[in-house]
Design a protein around this ligand. Structure first.
Ligand code: C2G
Length: 457
């Protein structure tokens, strides 16, 4: 009996899938079909699969060509399956030509011509599911986001806005966006959703106008600077029934969510302390964005990252938060610490643009600790450590490129599934971050005269 195997995601099952299964089955007497798990798809850079694993398996079965369905969940499984199942022929579509030639060592490898003019992406697009995303701001993060958007199905960067038309034009040319404008209203008319990566102090206004116009918004951190502003924006989003998300990329990574699951599952006992740091040296100059304006300084620039694990692990009901900072001559903090008191727990967030420290995340528990080494915000692994070091564990998680594709994928998913609960970073979380930023402004300003930074001496 000649055994054939083929693999795929088989999302939004279509004619192309049916054709390849039929032809694969015709190459032998028994066909195995490996259907990928969602986790494995994310790992291989395929974001936003629409159908559940069970539905995709049901569709493959319903085609009538598969004699047996298996699940593919890790790299290297294809060679294992071929050996274990005694496969004679491995089949994939012609879009993979050459990629699996290394399997020729184990069996015959056949690439079948892909069916023309049909694909999961095209089906999504034809269902009107392609989201036209507008980019507000043309700095480094905006350009990185445009690179990452290409890895997410169902979204395309369609327009760019900058009040300086020359900057909008050159950015559009650089990243290949067809429409650019210095008129925000005209820009909004061309998109269904916006990604805001403009200077901090402009976020509120851009968010408010976009939400009011019924556009979904993904806004860079810190989204706004006061609790009242955050509440107002989330109220408008709720009223207009659109998605509003704060772009703290770490919150959406598989690694960070796996850490939360491990900590909440009680593996290190009760969490008693969370210490997180983020420093990035920027030479002092009042012309430098990081030091300038009322929202300059290390805490506004970088604070969202260390606040994230604190709020996600210990909650929003801290008893007290105090700040210490060293300020440059223009009053911008070049090093800051936020110290939280929770019932039975402590936390520290540390940020610096004029002082350098180890950028790690340490979660202390009554039975062990979790360590994420620097740079912890680009989460791809973490360690769980115990008194008995032989029990220590290492967790790996997928993280690609700049890591922005995870937040974009979640943004698109939330737009397409209005009922979905956005638990990774909730409105209440973002409101809590804004409230902390606001308290920092009030407390810091009273300290300005007392704390003099070295740079002023
Ligand atoms: N296919 C096709 N014609 C199309 C679309 C897809 O012949 N118009 C084929 C693909 O070449 C592949 C199979 O259908 O062989 C499944 O396609 P996908 O669901 O897109 O899965 P894919 O990402 O190709 O996964 O481990 C997974 C495999 O590596 C392939």
């Amino acid at each position: 009996m000649k055994k054939v195997i083929t693999y795929g995601t088989f999302d939004l099952f279509h004619k192309g899938h049916e054709n390849i299964l039929r032809r694969a089955r015709e190459l032998g007497d028994y066909l195995y079909v490996g259907v990928t798990t969602e986790q494995f798809d994310v790992q291989r850079g395929k974001m936003n699969v629409t159908d559940s694993l069970m539905r995709r398996i049901d569709n493959v079965r319903a085609s009538g060509f598969a004699d047996e369905v298996i699940v593919e969940d890790h790299d290297g499984q294809k060679a294992e399956d071929i050996a274990k199942l005694g496969i004679d022929t491995f089949v994939l579509g012609s879009d993979w030509t050459g990629k699996f030639d290394y399997l020729k060592e184990y069996c015959e490898v056949v690439y079948l011509e892909r069916t023309k003019n049909i694909s999961t992406t095209e089906i999504k697009n034809s269902r009107g599911k392609l989201i036209n995303l507008g980019i507000v701001g043309t700095g480094r993060i905006a350009s990185r986001t445009c690179t990452e958007i290409r890895y997410v199905n169902g979204v395309t960067a369609a327009a760019v806005y900058n009040p300086h038309i020359k900057s909008a034009e050159s950015f559009a040319a650089k990243v290949g966006i067809g429409f650019f404008s210095d008129n925000y209203d005209a820009f909004l008319e061309n998109v269904q959703a916006v990604y805001i990566a403009s200077p901090h102090e402009t976020h509120f206004d851009y968010c408010k106008r976009a939400l009011t116009a019924g556009k979904h918004v993904l806004c860079e951190k810190p989204m706004v600077m006061t609790e009242a502003e955050a509440r107002e924006l989330f109220d408008i989003a709720a009223e207009k029934k659109v998605v509003l998300m704060e772009a703290i990329k770490t919150a959406y990574t598989p690694g960070f969510n796996s850490l939360l699951a491990v900590a909440r599952g009680g593996r290190i006992g009760r969490v008693v302390d969370v210490e997180a740091a983020f420093t990035k040296l920027v030479p002092f100059s009042t012309a430098q964005r990081e030091y300038s304006g009322p929202f300059g300084g290390s805490f506004f620039e970088l604070g969202s990252y260390p606040l994230l694990p604190i709020i996600k692990l210990l909650g929003r009901d801290y008893k007290n938060v105090e700040f210490r900072s060293f300020n440059a001559e223009n009053g911008a903090d070049y090093y800051a610490k936020a110290i939280f008191d929770y019932p039975g727990a402590l936390a520290t967030a540390k940020t610096g643009i004029g002082a350098k420290s180890e950028g790690q995340l340490l979660v202390t528990g009554t039975e062990g600790y979790i360590l994420v080494k620097s740079p912890w915000w680009l989460f791809n692994s973490f360690e769980v450590c115990y008194e008995d070091t032989t029990l220590n564990e290492n967790f790996q998680a997928p993280f690609y490129g700049y890591g922005l594709r995870f937040e974009i994928a979640d943004f698109i998913k939330n737009i397409n599934s209005p009922g979905l609960k956005n638990f990774k970073l909730t409105a209440a979380d973002s409101i809590a971050f804004a409230a902390i930023m606001e308290r920092f402004t009030t407390q810091k300003s009273t300290q300005k005269s007392e704390v003099r930074g070295q740079k002023t001496e």
